[in-house]
Write a protein that binds this ligand. Structure first.
Ligand SMILES: C[S@@+](CC[C@H](N)C(=O)[O-])C[C@H]1O[C@@H](n2cnc3c(N)ncnc32)[C@H](O)[C@@H]1O
Length: 325
């Protein structure tokens, strides 16, 4: 049997590896954000000229906070332009997505938005028939998912990008399965790591670290970062996929206290550009969980006492490092 090969929607068809499979499973996110913007007439309202978020929220009759998430994804897709204050249509959006224009195709976009409902309902119904994961299964599966990402290229890439030479004891805050720690230990033979995470993470952590033969160098410290002490004496801290939601003012001060003078904090996350026009992966993450902009992260780090921020782009993610004086 032969397959038609090519690149569609940013991934190879048929998929050629885990990265294509990750893109395939996430393709709905930007598609849905585009449909939502079209369904609430964002492009039509912006035809007359650039608007602030507040004005556009008033005209489209939706919550400004929700609207902003949708606008950011559409800006990352190149359908909107923004300087962080006002929003306007791209040339393409203005030509094809404004009601009343001769080349308007927004009704077709609206129609596919209705198809989405059918996919969603069918998915829910079939998952219920098949059997949903129990509550007890959810956390281990989430931690396994973190291992899936980290062991499919991300971990190696992070270890290559970070210079941890001379560092002895790394705190991997919310380190989950310990996969990033494993790659960092492989690349830095003198490094040992403490993974700090919720107690229910430990079984998957133990399995993953044992499979990589690193139980003597990577240990688990159970705790809740919001209420428990992180320990002390670390000269480096990795904060990977943890600085989002509403944790910005909690994590940097706690890590600052746990680090020795001269210690480095490494924040790795989906981080928005300060203008809020992307990157696309961060824009989509922002719709799900809430992402900070680069400037917001710098502010959190400075307020905690860190200095000398540096930025490293790592694929879909951004790494920001800073030092405790
Ligand atoms: C998105 S995962 C990131 C895992 C890993 N750092 C990575 O980049 O793949 C978030 C991790 O934080 C842990 N976590 C969530 N809330 C926590 C809390 N309050 N205290 C400690 N760990 C927490 C989760 O168990 C999970 O391992």
């Amino acid at each position: 049997m032969t397959h038609k090969r090519g690149i569609e929607n940013g991934f190879a068809i048929p998929p050629e590896g885990p990265v294509d499979l990750f893109r395939l499973t996430r393709a709905f996110e930007y598609s849905r954000a585009f449909q939502i913007a079209n369904s609430i007439d964002v492009f039509t309202e912006l035809h007359a000229g650039a608007l602030t978020l507040t004005d556009l929220a008033t005209r489209t009759k939706v919550e400004a906070k929700d609207l902003e998430c949708v606008l950011i994804v559409n800006a990352a897709l190149g359908l909107l332009l923004t300087d962080g204050e006002k929003w306007c249509n791209s040339l393409l959006a203005d030509k094809h997505l404004v009601k009343g224009k001769p080349e308007y195709i927004g009704d077709a976009v609206w129609l596919t938005g209705n198809w989405w409902q059918r996919f969603d309902e069918l998915g829910k119904s079939m998952a219920e028939q098949h059997g949903l994961p129990t509550e007890a299964e959810r956390h281990p599966r989430f931690i396994e998912a973190m291992n899936d990402y980290a062991s499919s290229g991300e971990g190696e890439e992070v270890a290559e990008l970070l210079d941890l030479s001379g560092r002895r004891h790394l705190l991997d805050l919310g380190g989950g399965p310990g996969t990033y720690s494993s790659y960092l230990c492989d690349a830095n033979p003198d490094l040992r790591v403490t993974v700090f995470d919720l107690p229910e993470t430990e079984p998957v952590f133990s399995k993953t670290v044992a499979a990589r033969g690193l139980t003597d160098r990577i240990t688990f410290k159970a705790g809740d970062l919001e209420t428990d002490d992180l320990g002390s004496g670390y000269d480096a801290a990795l904060v990977s996929n943890m600085m989002h939601g509403s944790r910005g003012d909690i994590i940097p001060p706690k890590v600052f206290r746990a680090l020795e003078p001269g210690g480095i904090i490494i924040i790795r996350d989906f981080i928005l550009r300060t203008e809020k026009d992307g990157p696309l992966a961060a824009a989509m993450f922002n719709m799900r969980m809430g992402a900070y902009t680069e400037d917001e992260i710098y502010d959190f780090l400075h307020q905690a006492g860190f200095r000398h921020c540096e930025v490293i782009e790592q694929g879909d993610q951004t790494i920001i490092t800073a030092h405790k004086p």
